[in-house]
Design a binder for this molecule. Structure first.
Ligand code: UD1
Ligand code: CA
Length: 504
């Protein structure tokens, strides 16, 4: 059938069912709040529903109601919540949902909160097929190898018409042999749905109001009932336990990676790459093995990420390179380089062409264009101007035990290796610090700050204090100008050494 998505008309409502218990998850977290691909199962269901542009989007809740409502308030504040009462079954759930639907006619879609791979495009196609046929109900069905547990689609002798749906627990042996299953996703004519739900009972094996009975009722009333058969059975699968959750998570990841690769992203090893649904990646970016991109991470064009990076809510600029890095809520500029073995914490921003190198941790630090923190440093609560270089093993001492303070460093500053910058402190443009400087006072522009203690050499210390060691042997040989490891006499501690010891 011709079903151009452009012909789709927005439905009057989508009702997402999420009132069930989901006990097989064996979790304190409600089933539909378990995440895959960086979103809850319910979040995926809502995203698909939103993609059809419904006038009303209703989520039906009951089990763990408070937790679901809190989640919806945080992540999907535009949805309407409907409460299911004590009458069980999918039919009752939809009936409760309909109470929140303002329209009086049109198409209503029903979906489940625990079916995460379903996409808006399929729902739009369902609306088109349903409306073009002038149907009262259209069920999304699938043919599967093992139909156990699902409702079966009953068709007329020649197979052209849908007569109804029978639940497995109510089915005859012949009916159980049917391999076309009910996905639980439907398009309904709103008026037919309201009317039929008012006529269904609970006289079945489970004592529930079955939504599936609506199809048989509509058919008996002489209305058209259709099925749209999908060849993508996984797309309509629900997650009932953690084994299925992992399977659907892996499948979602596979689909996300495929989408990026088809859009021009190189993913060297899909088997070790995990990318959340909301991540965006520019053309010709390369993702090396062992990379996880989470949340709202955004990778620029031609950037190279990996191997072995975990980036969450991180923005990476065009042509930047990020190697073996763990990053949360950071911004990495165009052409900048980060890693290996680097930890970027929230509030880090690195300017264009800047560098944060190996064994560096940063937090709430704005590092300017072309500025570099190449080795072994902690940079917290700081601003570093453009073109500045932070020497190896520099520590920004931002915490005095009670409060955090900021360090401000100007442009083109040279901070010497092993400096400790005791915040709050400011180093002016073009200034420098000597190696090992503890900076406690502001440094004016262009000044050199030094305060390392003057060096004192205690002559012969090793000979006295490390007697009998290889160090003593080496020192003695050097002092006596002869090859090492001769039969040298071993010096015991002398009076001078004992005196020094007592002074400690
Ligand atoms: C239902 C269908 C079955 C279909 C299967 C697909 C009925 C009677 N049967 O079976 O034909 O093959 O889905 O998975 O509809 N829910 C509520 N309130 C309730 C009961 C369920 O909101 O009182 C919600 C659940 O949270 C879940 C969905 O409806 O999201 C399906 O519930 P579930 O119990 O899994 O449906 P089944 O009886 O297995
Ligand atoms: Ca089910």
């Amino acid at each position: 059938m011709e079903t151009p998505a452009s012909a789709a008309v927005a439905p009057a409502a989508v009702i997402v069912l999420a009132a069930g218990a989901g006990t097989r998850m064996k979790s304190r977290t409600p089933k539909v709040l378990h995440p895959i691909g960086g979103r809850s199962l319910l979040g995926h269901a809502i995203t698909a529903a939103e993609g059809t542009g419904p006038a009303d989007l209703v989520v039906v809740v009951r089990h763990e109601r408070e937790k679901l409502i809190q989640h919806l308030t945080e992540h999907a504040s535009e949805v309407t919540v409907a409460d299911q009462d004590e009458i069980p079954g999918t039919g009752r759930a939809v009936q409760c949902g309909l109470e929140k639907v303002s329209a009086t006619s049109g198409t209503v879609l029903v979906t489940y909160g625990d079916v995460p791979l379903l996409e808006a495009e399929t729902l739009r196609e369902l609306v088109v097929v349903h409306e073009q046929a002038g149907a009262a109900a259209t069920v999304l069905s699938a043919r599967v190898a093992d139909p156990t547990g699902y409702g079966r689609i009953l068709r007329s002798q020649d197979g052209s018409e849908v007569l109804g749906i029978v639940e497995e627990k109510d089915a005859t042996e012949d009916q159980r042999a049917i391999d076309e299953i009910n996905s639980g996703i439907y398009a309904f004519d709103l008026e037919v749905l309201r009317d039929a739900l008012g006529r269904i009972g609970t006289d079945n094996a489970q004592g529930e109001m079955y939504l599936t009975d609506v199809l048989g009722i509509a058919r008996s009333d002489g209305r058209t009932v259709r099925a749209l058969v999908t060849d993508d059975a996984m797309m309509v699968e629900g997650a009932n336990d953690r084994v299925q959750l992992a399977q659907l998570g892996a499948e979602m990841n596979r689909r996300i990676l495929e989408r990026h690769m088809r859009a021009g992203v190189t993913i060297v090893d899909p088997a070790t790459t995990w990318i959340d649904a909301d991540v965006s990646i520019g053309t010709d970016a390369t993702i090396l093995p062992g990379v996880q991109l989470h949340g709202a991470t955004d990778i620029g064009e031609d950037a190279v990420i990996g191997p072995d990076c975990t980036l969450r809510d991180t923005e990476v600029g065009a042509r930047a390179e990020v190697v073996r890095t763990h990053s949360v809520l950071a911004v990495i500029g165009d052409e900048a380089t980060v890693g290996p073995f680097t930890y970027l914490r929230p509030g880090t921003s690195l300017g264009r062409g800047g560098k944060i190198g190996g064994f560096v941790e940063t937090k709430n630090a704005q590092i300017g264009d072309g500025a570099k923190v190449p080795h072994l440093s902690y940079v917290g609560d700081a601003e570093i101007g453009e073109g500045t270089n932070i020497g190896a093993a520099t520590i920004f001492a931002n915490y005095d035990g009670q409060n955090k303070h900021r360090t401000t460093i100007g442009k083109h500053v040279r901070v010497g290796s092993d400096s400790v910058l005791v915040a709050p402190v400011t180093i002016g443009d073009g200034a420098a610090t000597g190696a090992g400087t503890v900076v406690r006072k502001d440094v004016p522009p262009g000044a050199l700050a030094v305060n390392a203690v003057g060096q004192r050499n205690v002559e012969g210390w090793t000979l006295r204090r490390r007697a009998g060691t290889a160090a003593e042997d080496a020192a003695r040989a050097a002092l006596e100008g002869r090859p090492e490891n001769g039969a040298t006499p071993t010096a015991g501690p002398d009076a001078d050494d004992n005196k020094e010891h007592q002074q400690r």
